[in-house]
Design a protein around this ligand. Structure first.
Ligand code: ADP
Length: 503
């Protein structure tokens, strides 16, 4: 009897495979980082073949470490960095170009043209999204415009488009020998090509963007029993295991945190930072700079929607201190530096490295450090780096409160940065609400496992999942209201300094 469920987490910086038991506890895992390729300022790529190879390695690694076989798994789910786009040859499986990563700004001119023609919100009603370099549709267009072989193959109907879950599922279920070409609703909702209400590709937008239907994947629920086919026996699992869950990473964290009811919200602190609030079965349009997106769809039931505040750079700013400024060797060391000072000495860093995403949507913004004096040292800078994540989250919470008309009462947190105690306390202080971390902080993987486990009958339903959620630690606000207001006013001023840096 298969007693476990596995989840592939194909993230921005690494691939992971985690095996869970019935209680949602981790019984085995493996992880491998992949290369970040920066061909020009603002451009970011990944090698799709490296991602697929690493996926195989971590699957085999986790099985070996836990002493399990592929056939011990009842089902597997996938969660992935969203929006990142691959275009490949259906006959050979060979990508025509590196994957264009969500943070990449190379589609600036395409997006500028679309905005000048019809306004930044021209597709909002249909897709829930503003026109921005973040989303996949313009990335597909860029590859077709810039890679002649991709264009020729698209004309023959031989080019396949996909986000990363599509790419991984295609290989897992057989690759060039007949893999499934599917995308789940949460990932499809990030392409700027899917109609939020009908959950189908929007032909009008496809025409405007010049993206042909022949390359687009079949849109499927996030939790779907068996229609994508099992893994192939010759693949890394060495067995036929049903692939029946696929959820974009941020929505997967929402599921992993068991935010199944309207009004429930979570914030994931990883490379970027993403706050999602469940809003029920109807899409709610934002009036304050958030985006409307799919939360999940379980089988053929009604889909659930959410409002999302997306922040491009959070943990990535810590990586920047580590890799570009070489201030320390590993990300957690930032905390000890920041803890040496009481405050930032009046300085702020706004990491608008890819422009600013929610709630500002300013492609013309670039990063700034402001308020510098001779007094400021590396400790203040380390602190300003951590505080930047908390302030960006505050911007989102303010917008979320206005859009939903209800004040957020507490925030469920997860992701790599939540082990940073200083950040979590400052987050609670600046928001003036408690911040709660669950015991299993690998909520992204857990969400993908839940999607697969529910479809395959491994878990009976949501009640069982609620019971798996356990609190690890809560941080409570402890900051004077006046101090909070002054600090936040300084942040708002700093944000304005980022505008207009690029055309
Ligand atoms: P992703 O899934 O987006 O790849 P993770 O959730 O694994 O990201 O989180 C990794 C990010 O968190 C990195 O950007 C890293 O710089 C940051 N990070 C990890 N640990 C800490 C820490 N203790 N303090 C601050 N930042 C951290």
């Amino acid at each position: 009897m298969a007693k476990y469920v596995g989840a592939v987490d194909s993230g921005t910086t690494s691939s992971r495979f985690i095996i869970f038991d019935e209680r949602g506890r981790i019984v085995g895992q493996d992880q491998k980082e992949h290369r970040q390729i920066y061909p020009k300022p603002g451009w970011v790529e990944h090698d799709p073949m490296e991602i697929w190879r690493n996926t195989g390695e971590v699957i085999r690694g986790a099985l070996t470490k836990s002493g399990l076989k592929g056939s011990d798994l009842k089902a597997i789910g996938i969660t992935n960095q969203r929006e990142t786009t691959v275009v490949w040859d259906r006959c050979t499986g060979k990508p025509f170009h590196n994957a264009i990563v969500w943070q990449c700004t190379r589609t600036h001119d395409i997006c500028k043209g679309l905005t000048e023609e019809g306004g930044q919100d021209r597709f909002r009603e249909a897709t829930g999204l503003p026109v921005a370099t973040y989303f996949s549709g313009p990335k597909i267009r860029w590859i077709l415009d810039n890679v002649p072989e991709a264009k020729a193959a698209a004309e023959r109907g031989d080019a396949l488009f996909g986000t990363i879950e599509t790419w991984i599922i295609w290989w897992l279920t057989g690759g060039p020998k007949g893999g499934a070409h599917v995308t789940d609703v949460t990932n499809a909702s990030r392409t700027m090509l899917m109609d939020l209400k009908t959950l189908s590709w929007d032909e009008e937008i496809m025409r405007i963007l010049g993206v042909p239907m022949s390359g687009l994947a079949r849109i499927v629920p996030s939790s779907d029993e068996g229609t994508w086919g099992p893994t192939s026996e010759s693949g890394p699992l060495g067995a036929r295991v049903p692939v029946c869950g696929a959820v974009g990473d941020q929505q997967a964290a929402l599921v992993g945190q068991t935010c199944f009811a309207p009004g429930q919200a979570k914030n994931t602190y990883g490379t970027g930072c993403f706050l999602l609030m469940h809003t029920g079965h109807e899409p709610i349009q934002s009036r304050h700079g958030l985006i409307t997106t799919l939360a999940y769809q379980f089988s053929n039931r009604k889909p659930s929607y959410c409002l999302e505040g997306s922040i491009a750079i959070a943990g990535a700013l810590v990586q920047w201190l580590r890799d570009n400024l070489r201030m320390f060797d590993s990300a957690p060391e930032v905390e000890a530096l920041a803890a040496k000072v009481e405050d930032t000495g009046g300085s702020y860093i706004v990491p608008a490295f890819s422009g600013l995403y929610a709630p500002y949507w300013r492609p013309d913004a670039r990063g700034v450090m402001v308020g510098l004096t001779r007094y400021i040292n590396r400790n203040h800078i380390a602190r300003a780096v951590l505080e930047a994540t908390a302030y960006q989250t505050k911007d989102i919470v303010e917008a979320m409160n206005r859009d939903s008309g209800v004040e957020l009462k507490s925030l469920k947190a997860d992701g790599g940065m939540v082990y940073n105690e200083l950040l979590m306390q400052f987050q609670s202080d600046i928001l003036n609400v408690p911040v709660v971390r669950p015991k299993v902080a690998e909520t992204t993987c857990l969400g993908a496992a839940y999607a697969a486990g529910i479809a395959s009958g491994f878990w009976s339903g949501r009640e069982e999942l609620y019971n798996n959620w356990e609190e690890d630690r809560t941080w409570r606000p402890d900051m004077d209201e006046k101090v909070r207001a002054e600090k936040y006013a300084g942040w708002k001023k700093a944000v304005e300094r980022t505008y207009g840096w690029v055309e």
